[in-house]
Design a protein around this ligand. Sequence first.
Ligand code: PMP
Ligand code: GLN
Length: 380
Amino acid sequence: MRIVSKLPAVGTSIFTTMSALALEHKAINLGQGFPDFPMSEELIGLVTKAMHDQYNQYAPMAGWLQLREAISEKISFLYQTPVNPDTDITITPGGTYALYTAFTTILQPGDEVIVFEPAYDSYIPAIELNGAKAVRLSLVHPEYAIDWQQVKSAITPKTRAILINTPHNPTGAVWSEEDIASLRSLVEGTDIIIISDEVYEHLIFDGRRHCSILRYPDLFSRSFVCFSFGKVYNCTGWKLGYVVSPPNLMQEFRKIHQYNCFSCPTPVQVALSSFLHRREAYLQLGQDMQTRRDAFITLMKESRFDLLPSYGSYFILATYDRISQEGDNDFAIRITREAGVTPIPVSAFYADGKDNKVIRFCFAKKLETLEQAASRLRAV
Ligand code: PMP
Ligand code: GLN
């Protein structure tokens, strides 16, 4: 039986590939982004309790109402924007699904979406599967800042959306108020929709403020804003997230969601409805992750890797030109084999494989993992 591939140029994702390689070589996996420390026992207890209390049937299509109410409260506490739990929030099976469904909701064949590279691996396939074209713009290496003049020139009558991501995977760059102002001046008076990937909203360092689109009512009125509980509660395997948008956009989003997923696991939503009120659980996340980032930076000081600044996310980039002139893919594979530490080659975040000879390390790890990994990397 032969079928025509919808993604002929795509193979297995870099995260799957590198995690398999790490396993094969028993390397420390600083590649795929996931914490290796335990999540909250209390939250596990709440899910178990919800199951025992028989919250085991379908949740409402848009999500457990008390969870949507808790999210709305959180948004008004953090970003001072009123968000209606009935009409503006939908619980999704993860952030990736929220992004994909947002694209499916708005894209028609031939539409264009502006995407910044390096780009998280799911963005461009999601755009192309929906018959649209990704207009790829490079963040300016090594700061990975947006060249707003370039964005202005890339906008055409076909531009349906701009995809943004702050804090940014893989670079750890974060948006400033100037970025918001530039975005605003470009979209004002147009029909351009903003799809905002904010899964790392709490993982922001050095006292910086997360420029959530939810803070700016004029921008929110044209946006889908996507989140992931996996990143908030150290449970990436739960694959639960949510999308926030104004009602006219959400109505169309739900038409698709109701047939592609219908609803997400009930016990987890019941548990999160109460746990989300514990503000300290998410408020201390940034500090916790900053401590891990700082430990990794200190441990890597004596290495021949040069770390670039990371202001948020799970990730920090490194150049290695004092060690090797190899391409980043070959180098990532070689240090997995020879040094026993797995990074991600950043060329995988460019559709054309552009190689600036940069690799990504995930520092969302126990201190002992970071110590062991850095001690191996110092020997490279
Ligand atoms: N966006 C970015 C930038 C990510 O790094 C991730 C993490 N996998 C996601 C979206 C998706 O999160 P989820 O696992 O909830 O789909
Ligand atoms: N977001 C994770 C990362 O960037 C990976 C998720 C996945 O494997 N798809 O490492």
